[in-house]
Design a protein around this ligand. Structure first.
Ligand SMILES: Nc1ncnc2c1ncn2[C@@H]1O[C@H](COP(=O)(O)OP(=O)(O)O)[C@@H](O)[C@H]1O
Ligand SMILES: [Mg+2]
Length: 181
């Protein structure tokens, strides 16, 4: 089963391709409603209303390298297989928000995967994009802002591989008390 973090990586690539300057990734675990919610919101180019309907069709893509776009349809399939669904809202010129929900305890829910590694990779590979990551479970929460992190770095180059290692550890430690799913 494909990890949810791989879907997130894929969905964030759409945001980057759409020229986003800021991407917000939010994960929330609600134990009362047994719901895991994943949200990716960006300030990129957005999707025109007539195209928005087609993006969940697995044969739709605006890329020219390959004729099939699969990121969004696959993420939706994963959510639906676990008693949830996927929703997209977009306004051209303002940005896009993709939200997926999962029934946390569902037997077919994919594991969340390694979010520390995912966020660290995104930050180090895309130095011009600001990533904000937030993970909550009930009253517990962890948040990370790449802009704040960069301010602390001083002279360390933003794409240094050593940075990815440090970043991964910082996020892993912060997430440990929060993440359960
Ligand atoms: N965040 C986004 N901002 C703008 N356009 C988007 C965004 N996400 C998806 N799209 C549009 O929807 C299409 C389908 O996306 P996706 O299913 O991930 O397939 P692919 O990225 O392989 O084309 C993209 O080609 C793009 O035109
Ligand atoms: Mg894609």
């Amino acid at each position: 089963m494909r990890e949810i973090s791989l879907h997130i990586l894929d969905i964030v690539q759409n945001s980057i391709a759409a020229g986003a300057r800021t991407v917000d990734v939010s994960i929330s675990e609600d134990e009362h409603t047994d719901t895991l919610t994943i949200e990716v919101a960006d300030d990129g180019a957005g999707i025109p209303p007539d195209i928005l309907q087609s993006v969940l069709d697995p044969f739709y893509t605006t890329r020219t390298t390959r004729k099939i776009g699969l990121g969004l349809p696959l993420f939706r399939e994963a959510a639906r297989a676990a008693g949830g669904d996927l929703d997209i809202e977009s306004s051209p010129g303002r940005g896009t928000r993709v939200q997926a929900t999962f029934k946390t305890s569902h037997i077919d829910r994919a594991p969340l995967g390694d979010m520390a590694e995912t966020v660290a990779l995104l930050v180090v590979c895309n130095p011009d994009v600001r990533f904000r990551y937030r993970h909550t479970r009930g009253t517990l929460g962890f948040s990370f802002d790449s802009a704040e992190f960069r301010r602390m770095l001083g002279d360390i180059p933003p794409t240094s591989p050593a940075l990815a290692v440090v970043l991964k550890e910082v996020i892993r430690e912060g997430l440990a008390p929060v993440q359960r799913a």
